[in-house]
Design a protein around this ligand. Structure first.
Ligand code: GLU
Length: 400
């Protein structure tokens, strides 16, 4: 007789006929693509198994699909090979610092995002001239083939940069240490892992200039697997595993990600999910006033409309997503403006509701367009002592 958990796992696996295969002892297996050389996210350990936040995420998803960690085959997925490995079936899915971008969505499908990072620079510790990407004119910067990072600097920041491309970022780090490159560029979370390996020799500049939404890549059009992975990511965030893995794997390098993203793509066109006539008019008034006070930066009034116990988290989130508060970018975006528009309100009960809002930015210099992307918000409203309050807020950038 089969163990009940194994039987359950097989049911989950059978529903996923494409993604799961069974080995001789009838246990479902998965082949997952990860990086092998990105400490903190995913690096090969002495045990012969990779470890890090991406690996934890992949293992969590596998578990939800009914596959235990011992039955995962890990394959190295270098940046330039991810699309082909998915579409030729070499791997079932990929969790490898893989940014969701509109061009990649033509070739593969993504679940997520499960983490948001930003492109930055890694330099030698004694480097004094390179404090932002513009300073790379005339210098040599290394990045990985097939990454979003490789083209970005030359296109938007330093036309005179000498770019070199390697198959992996660890090869770029070797060049930096050897003095044949002046900087390595990719996402801050990856660079922080290398800096932590060489604290006396390397440092991250700390001036991010894009937002990278990491997704789990699946074969183009596999909406079944995409949906299962999306709900596994939601579970990983809501049960605390996401936060625990961030603390264990990423925090030691000094990297702190934006708060857990919204893992579904909120519609960005105007939708009002129920007849507006059935909505409590007071609810509509408060939701609209939240958007107005935010647009006018009337934070004192905004704060009167938030649940007291949720206020710190909401304030932290608003701060993270408002250009004027962004100390790392500084004067380049001091004139940036933003507009929030409420795109839908759903009353889920007499005292509960959710809304969607869309934020767009004005006066952002072109080179920061991948940093100040439009944002979708989802808010949860509750009526407390007769007054509607914002009790939870989550945000996700929108690819265009
Ligand atoms: N997140 C970027 C990308 O997907 C850079 C990191 C990487 O190459 O894995 O291209």
């Amino acid at each position: 007789m089969k163990h009940p958990i194994v039987a359950g796992a097989l049911v989950a696996c059978l529903a996923l006929a494409v993604a799961c295969s069974k080995n001789d002892d009838e246990k479902p297996t998965l082949t997952i693509g990860v990086k092998f050389d990105q400490p903190g996210l995913s690096a090969m350990g002495t045990s012969g198994k990779p470890a890090g936040f991406d690996v934890d995420t992949a293992a969590y998803i596998a578990d939800k699909l009914g596959v235990d960690a011992d039955h995962i085959t890990w394959k190295e997925a270098p940046s330039a090979q991810r699309e082909s490995m998915l579409n030729d079936g070499t791997v079932d899915f990929i969790v490898a610092s893989y940014s969701i971008t509109a061009p990649r969505q033509q070739q593969v499908s993504f679940a997520g995002p499960y983490l948001v990072a930003g492109q930055d620079l890694l330099v030698r510790k004694d480097e004094t001239r390179i404090d932002r990407p513009e300073a790379l004119d005339g210098r040599t910067v290394c990045s990985a083939e097939g990454s979003t990072s490789a083209a970005k600097i030359k296109k938007d920041f330093a036309a005179g940069v000498n770019s070199t491309a390697r198959p992996t970022y660890s090869a770029c780090v070797d060049d930096l240490l050897a003095g044949t490159a002046d900087a390595v560029t990719t996402d801050d979370v990856i660079l922080a892992g290398y800096a932590a390996q060489h604290p006396d020799k390397l440092r991250v500049v700390g001036h991010p200039f894009t937002r990278e939404r990491y997704g789990v890549g699946v074969k183009k059009g596999d909406t079944e697997l995409q949906g299962r992975i999306t709900s596994a990511i939601q579970d990983m965030i809501s049960d605390g595993s996401w936060e625990r893995s961030v603390s264990k794997n990423l925090a030691p390098s000094g990297f702190r990600p934006l708060s857990a993203p919204v893992v579904f793509n909120a519609p960005d066109t105007a939708v009002t999910a129920v007849d507006p006539n059935t909505l409590d008019p007071e609810l509509v008034k408060v939701v609209n006033r939240l958007a107005e006070t935010s647009n006018n930066q009337q934070w004192d009034e905004f704060n009167t409309m938030t649940c007291p116990d949720a206020a710190p988290a909401i304030n932290a989130l608003v701060k993270q997503y408002t250009p004027q508060f962004d100390e790392r970018i500084g004067p380049d975006v001091k004139d940036a403006g933003f507009t929030n528009t409420i795109t839908g309100i759903t009353q889920t009960g007499p005292d509960s509701a959710t809304f969607l809002a869309h934020e767009s930015f004005t006066n952002v210099p072109d080179k920061y367009r991948q940093y100040f992307k439009d944002i979708d918000y989802t808010g949860t409203m509750q009526r407390q002592n007769g007054a509607w309050k914002l009790c939870n807020l989550a945000a996700d950038f929108v690819e265009s």
